[in-house]
Design a protein around this ligand. Structure first.
Ligand SMILES: Cc1ncc(COP(=O)(O)O)c(C=O)c1O
Length: 448
C-alpha cells in the first residue's frame, strides 16, 4: 500500500514567507513555527484553516497534524462546543469597563481541577504567566534569585541566566543563545539545574542559601523522573522556604486533568498554565496556594486583556469538555497506539530508533551517533511524512480529535518513510535524498 500523495506543492507558503522575512523580524512570532523546524520547501509554512486533527495550507493541501499547534489544541481544531461558547460571548462583547462574572467561575473550576490551586490570576500566554509567578514568588519572599529547570519563555528573568559566561541555558533552550537586550544588571539572578539530579539542586540551594525566591520547573515532559525525585524537590523547597512552581504550560491537561501534579501526586505551591487550557484561544493562568498567592494583591500585576472574556470562556468550556468527554483517556489510548505502531514500523524497516515517552506525549528518536547525520535523518523523516500529507515532528502533541484511523494512516506513511531512510542510510545517501535544508535543532531540554 502506498500513502504517497501528490500535494500541490507549497509555493504560496514560500512566497508568503519571503514577504514575512521582509516585514516581520524573524518572520514568525513563535520559534516553533519557523519553517527551519520543518522540511523547508516541502512542508507547509502557512495555514488557511483547520478542523479536528486536520489542517489545510494556503496552497490547498490537506494534512493530518500531530503537533496540535505546539500543544495548544487539546480537543481538536475549531472545536464546536468551545467555539459556540466563544461566539456567544463575542455577541455579548469580549471585554468591558467592568469585570465579568466568568472570571470567578473559571477560578472555581481551576480550584476544583488543579491540586495546588486555591487562588488564581490570569494572563494571556505561558511565558507571561511564568513571569507573573516569578514576580509573586520574589515579592512574597523578598528574595531575588530563581532556580529553574526547563523552558519558561522569553522574558528577562529567564534569559538572564545566559548573561553568565558559560551559556547556562544551553541545555534548557537553544545552544548558543545570546541574551541580547537583557539588562546586565540581572546577571546572577537565575540559575538552571539539571532535571533528575537532586544533589545538583541541593548544591545550588546551599550556594545561594537564604537568597532563592523560587524553584520553577517543568515537572515532567515525556519521561518519568527518577523515583522520588519530585517528592524530594518538594521537601527541599519547603525546608529552604523557597516557593515551588510547576510550569505546566506544556504538561497541563494531558497527563491528567490536574496536570503532572495530579498524575504523580506531588503538589507545588504555585502552578503555571497556558496552551491547552483554552483549546486555541489566548489564555494563561497562575494558580497557587492561598499563602503564596494572597500577597500578590499588594503587588503591581495588571493588564487590560487579562480579563478578556473570550480566553476565559474558552478555558472554562475546554476544561469542562475535557472532563465530560473523558478526553484524557482517549489521548493516552491514541498515544499507546502511536508508540506501538511506529515501533512496529521501525522494526519492520530495520531502523535503530524508538518511539517512547509518556502516553500523552510520545517522541521519536533516531539512534544515529553523528549529530549532523541525525539531524539529516530527522529532516528526511519530516520531509517524507509531509509529502504523505502528515505533519509529524519528532514529538507528538495529541488531541482528542485524533482517531485510530489517523494512527493507521500515520503508521502506513511512516513505514514508507522509514524504508526511504534505511535505504538512504545503507547507501550513505541521506544528504542526497534531502529536498530541504537540515532542520534546525529542536529545543534541547533537560526535561525530556
Ligand atoms: C513549559 C513551558 N513554559 C512556558 C512556555 C511559553 O509559553 P508561551 O509560548 O505561551 O509564552 C512554553 C512554550 O512552549 C512551555 O513549553
Amino acid at each position: 500500500m502506498t500513502t504517497q500523495r501528490t500535494p500541490r506543492g507549497v509555493q504560496r507558503s514560500l512566497d508568503l514567507y519571503q514577504q514575512a522575512l521582509h516585514l516581520i523580524p524573524g518572520a514568525t512570532q513563535l520559534i516553533s513555527r519557523r519553517p527551519s523546524r520543518f522540511a523547508y520547501g516541502v512542508s507547509p509554512v502557512y495555514a488557511a484553516r483547520a478542523k479536528g486533527a486536520r489542517v489545510w495550507d494556503v496552497d490547498g493541501n490537506e494534512y493530518l497534524d500531530w503537533m496540535s499547534s505546539v500543544g495548544a489544541i487539546v480537543l481538536g481544531y475549531a472545536d464546536e462546543v468551545v467555539d459556540a461558547a466563544v461566539k456567544e460571548q463575542i455577541d455579548a462583547s469580549p471585554i468591558y469597563t467592568l469585570n465579568h462574572e466568568r472570571e470567578i467561575e473559571l477560578a472555581k473550576e481551576l480550584v476544583r481541577t488543579i491540586p495546588s490551586a486555591e487562588m488564581v490570576r490570569y494572563a494571556k500566554g505561558g511565558g507571561e504567566a511564568c513571569t507573573i509567578a516569578v514576580r509573586i514568588a520574589r515579592g512574597m519572599t523578598g528574595r531575588d534569585k530563581v532556580l529553574f529547570c526547563g523552558y519558561h519563555g522569553w522574558h528577562d528573568w529567564y534569559l538572564a541566566a545566559n548573561l553568565a559566561p558559560d551559556d547556562r541555558l544551553d541545555d534548557h533552550l537553544f545552544p548558543g543563545i545570546e541574551p541580547i537586550g537583557v539588562p546586565q544588571g540581572l546577571a546572577g539572578t537565575s540559575y538552571p539545574f539539571p532535571y533528575g539530579d537532586l544533589p545538583a539542586l541541593e548544591r545550588l540551594l546551599q550556594q545561594h542559601a537564604g537568597e532563592v525566591a523560587a524553584i520553577i520547573m517543568e515537572p515532567l515532559r515525556s519521561e518519568r523522573p527518577p523515583a522520588g525525585y519530585l517528592e524530594h524537590v518538594r521537601e527541599l523547597a519547603t525546608r529552604e522556604g523557597v516557593v515551588l512552581i510547576f510550569d505546566e504550560v506544556t504538561s497541563g491537561f494531558r497527563p491528567a486533568l490536574g496536570g503532572v501534579q495530579e498524575y504523580v501526586g506531588v503538589t507545588p505551591d504555585m502552578t503555571v498554565l497556558a496552551k491547552a487550557m483554552s483549546n486555541g484561544y489566548a489564555m494563561g493562568a497562575v494558580v497557587g496556594q492561598r499563602w503564596v498567592m494572597e500577597p500578590a494583591s499588594r503587588m503591581f500585576i495588571s493588564s487590560t486583556y487579562w480579563s478578556d472574556t473570550l480566553g476565559i470562556t474558552a478555558a472554562l468550556t475546554t476544561i469542562r469538555e475535557l472532563r465530560q468527554r473523558q478526553a484524557i483517556a482517549h489521548i493516552h489510548h491514541i498515544g499507546r497506539l502511536i508508540k506501538a505502531g511506529i515501533n512496529g514500523a521501525l522494526e519492520e524497516a530495520g531502523l535503530d530508533a524508538e518511539c517512547a515517552g509518556a502516553d500523552w506525549h510520545p517522541s521519536l528518536h533516531f539512534r544515529v551517533t553523528d549529530p549532523t547525520l541525525r539531524q539529516q535523518v530527522l529532516t528526511l523523516y519530516i520531509q517524507e511524512m509531509a509529502k504523505r500529507g502528515i505533519i509529524a515532528p519528532h514529538a507528538f502533541y495529541l488531541n482528542a480529535a485524533h482517531t485510530e484511523a489517523d494512527v493507521a494512516r500515520t503508521v502506513a506513511a511512516a513505514q514508507e518513510a522509514f524504508v526511504v531512510i534505511r535505504v538512504a542510510l545503507e547507501s550513505n545517501r541521506v544528504a542526497e535524498r534531502l529536498e530541504a535544508p537540515i532542520v534546525s535543532e529542536p529545543f534541547r531540554r533537560l526535561v525530556t
